[in-house]
Design a protein around this ligand. Sequence first.
Ligand SMILES: Nc1ncnc2c1ncn2[C@@H]1O[C@H](COP(=O)(O)OP(=O)(O)OP(=O)(O)O)[C@@H](O)[C@H]1O
Ligand SMILES: [Mg+2]
Length: 263
Amino acid sequence: MTQPFIHLNNVEKTFKQNQTTQTVLENIDLDITEGQFVCLLGPSGCGKSTILNLLAGFEQSTQGHIYVDGQRIVAPNIDRAVVFQQAQLFPWLSVKENIEFPLKQSKATAQYIADQTEYYLEKTGLKKFENHRIWQISGGMKQRVALARAWVMKPKILLMDEPFGALDAQTRILMQETLTQLWQDNKTTILFVTHDIDESLLLADRIILMAGHPGRIIDDIQNNLPRPRSIENIAQQQEFIESKKHILEIMRKEVTRMIDYLH
Ligand SMILES: Nc1ncnc2c1ncn2[C@@H]1O[C@H](COP(=O)(O)OP(=O)(O)OP(=O)(O)O)[C@@H](O)[C@H]1O
Ligand SMILES: [Mg+2]
């Protein structure tokens, strides 16, 4: 039997601090098909970033195995791009130089680098700002540069850790639209972390609901809302209303369990 594109099998992660061991993730089984847009949704501290860090190869699991495209993950690699809440850019380079930087480290030809950089400058709405330095652009534009720079390398998977969490509501809507457009034009597999239920229903094909203490998966929800989506049109749809209610009910049960756990 062929393995799913992303395959997490019985993954556990513990952290040792002082004399105590904290189990952060327990019994994580997750298979993701190539090209899927998956959101990890859950409260603070439930281990969402830890799952991303394991997939990126920044951390190693304590137990279990993680495979991407048949390869066991043991270290970071450019085939798994990460976009963080705060864009990690080179402030001394221009917008364009930031985007072409990873390609220049590869064996790509000058023509390919120029074409790809141009394509992603256009797609992310940065063309007019290509010669600006990073300190001259807004937070939303920095996230556009981070998106373009991740995408230009055509990673097998894109790991996004609350990439729009620090943006205002209006900029966030624009970024969600840019991301969706990029994904529809150049399908890649995306694992996107958020605490925002509406954002997960707007973006994802599938929502993995997590709970904490220890971090685990508590539901796996298919999101079949028709595309193209905007928050105004999906908010009226029965499937959106029902999925949101379902997620809130599960979260409510978890809150009750947490209150019992803490007392
Ligand atoms: N390197 C580390 N060393 C020790 N503990 C860690 C480390 N990384 C994460 N943890 C702990 O693991 C738990 C899960 O952290 P994680 O950052 O994955 O949560 P999260 O779901 O991403 O939360 P948030 O929504 O606040 O970003 C937390 O209790 C955190 O303190
Ligand atoms: Mg996190």
